[in-house]
Design a protein around this ligand. Structure first.
Ligand code: PLP
Length: 483
């Protein structure tokens, strides 16, 4: 084999793959949204030993089609309503293909000036579009979990005067971190990894809309100070995972300011909606925020992974992470070397897919899509509450809305009969979700708050349209009738 033969083969195979992908997207609604396979079904289809000789592309693709595809849960299906989305789009796919083709590792500016400078550019575009002040600097992280870890490590170093990086923890550092009872589990994981210990993550009570009760926050901070702890940081949420509750970041920020604490905002899912002016009030009080993260890989049509992390004072961030061995020294000043802006050294050229997405949709196109999803969620919520549709709702069957709908997530449950116990209602809702997901027609997820099982219908897939919402509602209703 020589290079020109390889290139000829690549061209033939790539064109065939593009046809396969196009066919996949054309027929995506015909696959069960959630894979219906059992554990080990996929694993057992393959030999224990890897192939020793190269196989033809046709054979590889045929294996994918016959032995792997039915083990895929179709996150890009317009009937995917579970969790939060990890949505993609054609501009994003094209950018990703180009990124893989270039195979750039952009930890230093000189490794590819374009990768570094495009990252700076798209992060400034995102920063300005979501309404963060211009003093924030942005850097792409792989996930919100990592971004929050980076934030907590930076807070740790700032408030230990960079001592813990050098000497590790000692008895002087009785740090405490605060988040609401509904904050994402990644916060606790990050608190563990950063060495604070889970017991020093203090969970704050919730208001009736499931946002953080900031009176309880201040009470717990005061009590901790009295007991000799150093309150270090608050992680607040713009959009909790369970119900997309919005913490009052203005009041929380003021408390952080008052007690000289770090304030990190986790807007993993809902941050994308901040490109719409009508939601910008969510970040009133942003002046008290030190770091902020949101995930375009959730709801901005940019395929996984792309987490947008913003920091008010980039010097503290860099001082926390920079280590300069001889082999990483370069002789150019005043450029960003993103190796010092987070945990990993090696970095993918992720800015390219975002640049494709922003150019491919235009900011107005992105706004239109996000607003459309929110309108669909509003419509779905109305359908649940209405009697004005093709089904006659027997008086005893009702849907309860379980949390205020903030944007594109509808939280509800089915109450088959008001005389049922809560345990029975929970059991029926778990069965309902399982039964719906087993149809392969939609994929929903659930959570539990205050002892109530809540069904989550998250409407944020790139290709979801009005008809999918009607079909989902009809399916839910007709499935209820089979109980
Ligand atoms: N924060 C919130 C509010 C989330 O909803 C999620 C995931 O759904 C995360 C953090 C974790 O995101 P990632 O998978 O990017 O680490």
């Amino acid at each position: 084999m020589n290079k020109s033969q390889d290139i000829a083969d690549f061209k033939k195979n790539a064109l065939q793959l593009i046809d396969y992908i196009i066919n996949y997207y054309e027929n995506i609604e015909s696959y069960p949204v959630k894979s219906q396979l059992k554990p080990n079904d996929i694993y057992n289809r393959f030999e224990a030993a890897p192939p020793l000789e190269a196989r033809s592309f046709e054979d590889i693709l045929s294996d994918f089609d016959n032995k792997i595809l039915d083990g895929i849960t179709h996150w890009q299906s317009p009937n995917f309503f579970a969790y939060f989305n990890a949505n993609s789009s054609f501009p994003s796919l094209l950018g990703e293909f180009l990124t893989a083709s270039l195979g750039v590792n952009s930890f230093l500016w000189e490794n590819s000036p374009a990768a570094t400078e495009l990252e700076q550019l798209v992060m400034e575009w995102l920063r300005d579009s979501i309404g963060l002040p211009k003093y924030f600097s942005g850097v792409i992280q792989d996930s919100a979990s990592t971004a929050t870890l980076v934030s907590l490590l930076t807070a740790r170093e700032k408030y230990s005067n960079f001592e813990i990086n050098k000497n590790g923890f000692d008895e002087r550092y009785k740090f405490r971190i605060y988040c609401s009872n509904e904050a994402h589990s990644s916060i606790e994981k990050d608190v563990r990894i950063a060495g604070f210990g889970s017991n020093n993550l203090i969970k704050i009570l919730l208001n009736s809309d499931y946002s953080m009760d900031y009176f309880d926050l201040e009470k717990k901070i005061k009590a901790d100070i009295e007991n000799g702890f150093r309150p270090l940081a608050v992680v607040s949420a713009i959009g909790t995972t369970g119900t997309t509750a919005i913490d009052n970041i203005n009041e929380i920020g003021k408390i952080c300011h008052k007690y000289d604490m770090w304030h990190h905002i986790d807007a993993a899912h809902l941050g994308s909606a901040l490109i719409l002016d009508e939601y910008k009030h969510w970040i009133d009080g942003i002046e008290y925020c030190d770091t902020f993260v949101f995930n375009p890989h959730k709801w901005m049509f940019t395929n996984f992974d792309f987490s947008a992390y913003f920091v008010k004072d980039k010097d503290i961030l860099i001082k926390t992470f920079d280590i300069l061995p001889e082999y990483l020294k370069i002789n150019i000043d005043n450029v960003n070397n993103y190796k010092d802006w987070g945990i990993q050294l090696g970095r993918r050229f992720r800015a390219l897919k975002m640049w494709f997405v922003i150019n491919g949709f235009g900011m107005n196109g992105l706004r239109e899509k996000i607003r459309y999803h929110i309108n669909l969620a509003e419509k779905f919520e109305k359908l649940l509450q209405s009697t004005d549709h093709q089904y006659l709702i027997p008086p005893k069957d009702i849907f309860e809305i379980m949390a205020p709908r903030v944007a594109n997530l509808v939280c509800f449950r089915w109450v088959a009969d008001p005389n049922l116990t809560n345990a029975n209602i929970n059991e029926l809702n778990i069965k309902l979700v399982d039964k719906l997901n087993a149809t392969g027609k939609i994929f929903l997820s659930k959570t539990k708050i205050n002892d109530n099982i809540i069904i989550r219908m998250n409407i944020g897939q790139t290709f979801t349209e009005d008809r999918h919402i009607n079909e989902a509602f009809n399916l839910i209703y007709s499935t209820i009738m089979t109980f």
